[in-house]
Design a binder for this molecule. Structure first.
Ligand code: CA
Length: 236
């Protein structure tokens, strides 16, 4: 179950820059690094957190609408985000091995969703995608990942989550799924470990290079027994 921004596309620098610029324009302080900490939240939720911190109350519906629209316009002005190096390579292997790659994203940017099929031809099935349009709460709530399991008729121990953001890792872990963090942004690794990441790679090429080792581990009986034990202990 692949997150999209920061995992499949190198789109996070554009998001962070747009958030920073637009919030400043509306009189709020949001650094680029803080934008990475909020990655995965809905726009309204991010705006309200900053508003409460700086003014002691939520933003109005009108403010949220205006800020989010300005942010989207700013984002659309940015150069198109490149495909994340290593992403297509690992997806191709996963697909050839008979596993089902799925996208689980909080994004509702139609431009990015359309680009998935163009950049990763033949990898994803539209009916198995979970996007902003399918969920009510979004990450860090486990809802998007639980919905992905439901769509593919999978149990939590039959899936893997690939995430780059703290809140995304939190969502994957809360859904009871083995969660692999890929730290493609500027935050320290510890932030991702603190959210409960089960493994961490420094980049998508590193994840791709280690996929065979991981796959062998995951299909070994001993490893499966250990994973089941961890999961049982968690639910106790
Ligand atoms: Ca992400």
């Amino acid at each position: 179950l692949f997150d999209m921004d920061g995992v499949l596309f190198n789109s996070m620098p554009n998001h962070a820059e747009s958030w920073h610029k637009v919030m400043l324009r509306f009189g709020f302080g949001l650094s680029r690094d803080e934008a990475y900490m909020h990655e995965g939240r809905t726009g309204a939720s991010t705006i309200n957190i900053i508003s409460r911190r700086e003014r002691g109350h939520d933003a109005t519906e009108e403010e949220i609408k205006a800020i989010y629209q300005a942010k989207t316009e700013e984002f659309n002005k940015c150069p198109m985000a490149e495909r994340m190096p290593g992403a297509y390579e690992v997806l191709t292997k996963i697909k050839e091995e008979g596993l089902i790659p799925m996208v689980v994203t909080g994004s509702g940017q139609t431009s990015l969703l359309d680009r998935l099929n163009h950049n990763f031809p033949g990898i994803f099935k539209k009916e198995l995608m979970v996007t902003a349009f399918n969920v009510k709460y979004g990450k860090p709530n486990p809802e998007p990942y639980l919905m992905a399991l439901k769509k593919a008729h999978l149990q939590p121990n039959e899936a893997l989550v690939i995430e780059n953001a703290p809140l995304g890792v939190q969502a994957g872990v809360a859904a009871g799924i083995f969660t692999i963090a890929v730290n493609t942004g500027p935050l320290p690794d510890q932030v991702l470990w603190d959210e409960g990441a089960n493994l961490l790679f420094p980049s998508m090429p590193a994840f791709n290079e280690n996929w065979e080792i991981l796959k062998n581990l995951f299909t070994s009986t001993l490893c499966l027994q250990i994973l089941r034990k961890i999961q049982n202990d968690k639910t106790k």
